[in-house]
Design a protein around this ligand. Sequence first.
Ligand code: NDP
Length: 332
Amino acid sequence: SHQIQLVNRPTGWPTPEDFRTVEVSYGELPMGHVRVVNEFISVDPYMRGRMNDTKSYIPPFELGATMTGGAVGRVVESTASEVPVDSVVLHQYGWRDVVQEEAAGFRIVQEIPGVPLSAYLGVLGMTGLTAYVGLTRIAPVAEGDTVFISGAAGAVGSTAGQIARLLGADRVIGSAGSDEKVAVLTERFGYTAAFNYKSAPVRTQLPQEAPQGIDVYFDNVGGDHLEAALDVLNRQGRVALCGAISAYNSEQTEPGPDNMANIIKQGLSLRGFTLGDHMDLASEFNQRMSTWFSNGQITYDETVVDGLENTVEAFLDMMRGANTGKMVVRTA
Ligand code: NDP
């Protein structure tokens, strides 16, 4: 079987040369272990941060070690009665086609007829929960609110728009990087208005779409998007600082918003979060999301890339915006 390892710490945009593929063969299964064939592996923006040797909320990836990340697969061999053969499991041993580890590292999930297992990496999993935490706890949406979400056509953003509506928002505005994505936002993902941030400055487009201002901003992008949001946030507005992808591959520090004083004048709350600190919301999310999902109140898109050997390209393509909805790699 094959695994992908990080061999160089990139500066700016990573390149395929920063990674290598190694062949691994597993020995006999020790007691309490499982062997899992991965079906889908996740590529996520936070992985870019872990490629740097800097102190953060999670330690950097080790050089010369196999990459990790969310993945979903099926148990093919087991010496652990709690995780039997044929179980579908969610775990963190991504960037490889087969994994053999202690059973404790795997969580059994239920297959839903007609729904690909990749949904557990997206709408029903980490990115769905991120959208939910941001809009219920970090920057709670109230009935009648106007909500702005950047990175709106991505994994987190495409779920966030729909959750904002389900929580009672009146008007949900999204931004994305192509006209095709902008169309999808209003046609499929519950957005009432949307714009392409590449066609004109966000600072010009957002006020046109939000004549009454905005009450909540869910920030996936940072930079120009956060600045534009601070221009139009209403009094007592709330901001969930979820990500700042516009800066992840940048080699110099970007100039910041020039209107931070609005935070004071408008009495705004800007609150950052990392999902790991809010896992107590997971069971509430699972309950509400599975109801919404089975009632057809939540839809989702995925961009699926085939083959473990294309994982690095899939990761880079996601950072460049090639995906609508969650980007996943199909390994089986
Ligand atoms: P996405 O599926 O949204 O993929 C990334 C998207 O970012 C691309 O599709 C691209 O879309 C957009 N993008 C790339 N560069 C820029 C740029 N310069 N300006 C604006 N948009 C850009 O990824 P996720 O949904 O997984 O993650 C979205 C955000 O949420 C990220 O910032 C991520 O770090 C953050 N996050 C934070 C978590 C937390 O715990 N706080 C947990 C999970 C995610 P486009 O074509 O529109 O440019």
